[in-house]
Design a protein around this ligand. Structure first.
Ligand code: SAM
Length: 258
């Protein structure tokens, strides 16, 4: 396995430190797959202890905190947390690096949420460690729901002009920073058997993210003490075993601590 040639995690986290970027994360609408999870797994978080990973500006807080007995949203970005705290002054937020969640006390969460591809921000070793630590923080039968970049997405590993010529795609593709970032990070890409490290159009190609296909992700969960419950497509449908996922940039997963 290749070593990371620079700390992709720190660079990914740096994207969200800017107040101007944080402001863009106020959109309150849940994604379709998130909405489905919030409805279907309400019993897992209503009246229970909830941890929201990489909570950002608190987009998901409003869907979890009013129902939870106890809610904690954690994030590394002070700019994000300032917005979350201003929006929800009575809710608990903490400035925590997800690489340090092993130190959170007390443990015993019933529901841990990792929305908007937060697990993709980490390299392979850190991601596995994060999954193990989430497992350790959960009560027996506690639920972990999160989303991840899909390696089987038809645009995974593409370039700024690879997507269909819609106005938004054209504006992004023609922006000089898209090409500066794409070309400078291209050399950081690498493909491994179970995952790939790729950059993509998010934040004008600044990020370098972890992509994994559904089967490999399920294997990763099962080999770390989780029972896989379901994977959801972007439109909120439960993906059938063997169904093509090429239309999905993101897949949502729900699993339970065995
Ligand atoms: C794509 S945003 C999603 C924010 C929020 N969860 C949402 O759905 O709107 C990713 C968030 O993860 C946070 N983040 C990135 N790396 C982190 C790290 N190492 N530890 C904690 N938070 C991190 C960023 O600051 C940012 O708020």
């Amino acid at each position: 396995m290749k070593h990371e040639r620079f700390d992709t995690t720190d660079r990914n986290a740096a994207i969200f430190m800017a107040p101007a970027v944080a402001k863009r994360y106020g959109n309150p609408a849940p994604f379709a797959a998130e909405a489905m999870i919030l409805i279907r797994y309400k019993e897992a978080f209503a009246g229970k202890r909830v941890l929201d990973l990489g909570v950002g500006a608190g987009r998901t807080t409003q869907y979890l905190a009013p129902f939870a007995a106890d809610y904690l949203g954690i994030d590394l970005s002070p700019a994000m947390l300032a917005l979350a705290r201003a929006r929800y002054p009575n809710v608990r937020f903490a400035n925590v690096d997800l690489r340090e969640i092993g130190k959170l006390q007390p443990k015993g969460f019933d529901f841990i949420f990792g929305p908007w591809n937060i697990l993709s921000a980490f390299n392979h070793e850190e991601r596995l460690q994060l999954i193990r630590r989430v497992h350790n923080l959960l009560v027996p039968s506690g639920v972990f729901a999160f989303s991840a970049h899909n390696r089987d997405w038809k645009f995974a590993g593409g370039h700024p002009l690879a997507k269909p010529l819609r106005p938004r795609n054209v504006v992004d593709a023609l922006h000089p920073m898209s090409w500066v970032n794409y070309l400078s990070r291209k050399k950081l890409r690498h493909e491994e058997k179970d995952y790939a490290i790729l950059n993509d159009e998010a934040h004008r190609w600044q990020g370098v993210f972890y992509y994994i296909d559904r089967d490999a992700q399920v294997g990763q969960l099962e080999s770390n003490g989780f029972e896989f419950l379901e994977a959801l497509a972007e439109d909120g449908r439960t993906l059938r075993p063997g169904e093509s996922t090429e239309a999905n940039g993101t897949i949502h997963y729900v699993c339970r601590k065995s």
